[in-house]
Design a protein around this ligand. Structure first.
Ligand code: TXA
Ligand code: MG
Length: 346
């Protein structure tokens, strides 16, 4: 199949994109978090095509993207008050909410679960595509399964060209890591995936909110509630280790590893430390004082390491305050929870 690439300000192209969705095809599109791979959420065969194009296990449910609150009526008849409160505060935006679904929402879209994940994105191109495409777009991140999520249209074409009908190029995304997921289907709201909307921001609106305890550490027998968080996601091709400690302790430990290794090494660091490394492919994510820039660069940097053929990746850790929790969750997953503590070595 030929994959058509259009620019997001091509009006006729956007109409065509909507027609592709309505006739059961797949369109990748920008959102404020990462690029998504969209199909009609009410067409079971579109959802099947999404799994096939990504090479994703079909028990891993998709997020349904909507553009208006009134669209909720076709998804659920038991919408909790908490959803409206959070929608009021954070929609459109980088927050996905899970609620009980109506039987008419296809099992192919929800991985056979009795709940559905819903998000109203903030990106104007995403909202336009949802409206042109009939109002309900099922979309996972537009990467091949196991690769870092795409933050540029070129990342999507690297992974999915020839496997989907169209890619809408809307430039670089704004946030760079996927939405926060909160499960509202039981009594206490639980964060299943940290993101730009933090636990503190959610609890300001809802009062008590819990976080799935398996997200920040490898647990014996613990099983993340979001099926997608169970797979080793976001994995670069090289072996990755994360280092915890002060900047100078971490830089010393990484420099020792670099000297000892005969393989092709990469360092994932920050502006404050990048000059401390004397060898290897050194990639700064931005300043430690600007977590927004760090988040935006993570997946792009991991893809660059792959392109450079890096075999060992040494990465610095970041503070888990606020948005930092989501950043560290993605780094921990990329490293398979392989973390080395250098605290007290200097
Ligand atoms: O920012 C985002 O959320 C992006 C953009 C495209 O909107 N989408 C995204 O989708 O990250 P995906 O499929 O890569 O991640 C969705 C996650 C998976 O971990 C999946 O298991 C979980 O959401 N999920 C979806 N529906 C669920 C449900 N009903 N119960 C529990 N987890 C669910
Ligand atoms: Mg994904």
């Amino acid at each position: 199949m030929d994959t058509l690439i259009i620019n997001s300000n091509d009006k006729a192209g956007m109409k065509k994109a909507g027609d592709i969705i309505k006739s059961g095809g797949l369109v990748a599109f920008p959102t404020e978090t990462v690029y998504g791979l969209g199909g009609d959420a009410f067409n079971p065969s579109s959802s099947k095509k999404i799994y096939a194009a990504k090479g994703r296990p079909s028990d891993n449910p998709l997020i349904v993207h909507i553009a208006e609150l009134s669209a909720l009526d076709r998804l659920s008849d038991s919408i909790p008050e908490t959803l409206y409160k959070l929608a009021d505060a954070f929609w459109p935006g980088p927050l996905t909410m899970i609620i009980k679904k109506l039987a008419s929402v296809p099992d192919e879209t929800t991985g056979g679960l009795d709940t559905v994940a819903i998000r109203m994105p903030h990106h104007p191109v995403a909202l336009e595509l949802i409206r042109e495409g009939g109002g309900y777009i099922a979309a996972p991140s537009a990467n091949a399964s196991g690769r870092p999520s795409p933050t540029l249209a070129s990342h999507v074409s690297e992974d999915l060209s020839g496997r989907i009908d169209m890619i809408i190029d809307g430039g670089e995304v704004g946030i760079g890591i996927e939405s926060t997921i909160v499960d509202l289907s039981s009594d206490v709201p639980v964060i299943l995936r940290p993101g730009y909307v933090t636990e503190k921001m959610l609890s300001r609106v809802l009062g008590h909110v819990e976080t799935d305890p398996t997200l920040m550490k490898k647990t014996e027998g613990g099983r993340p509630k979001a099926p997608g968080m169970r797979y080793r996601h976001y994995a670069p091709k090289g072996d990755m280790q994360l280092f915890k400690g002060s900047i100078s302790e971490v830089a010393d430990a990484i420099n020792r590893k670099l000297s000892a290794s005969s393989r092709k090494c990469g360092v994932l660091c920050c502006n404050e430390s990048k000059d401390l490394y004397h060898t290897g492919y050194v990639r700064s994510l931005g300043s430690r004082n600007d977590m927004d820039s760090v988040a935006l660069n993570i997946y792009r940097a991991l893809r660059e390491f792959d392109d450079e053929g890096i075999e060992e990746i040494y990465a610095e850790s970041f503070d888990t305050e606020g948005f930092g929790q989501a950043v560290m969750n993605r780094l921990l997953k990329a490293a398979g929870y392989n973390i080395i503590n250098t605290e007290g070595t200097k």
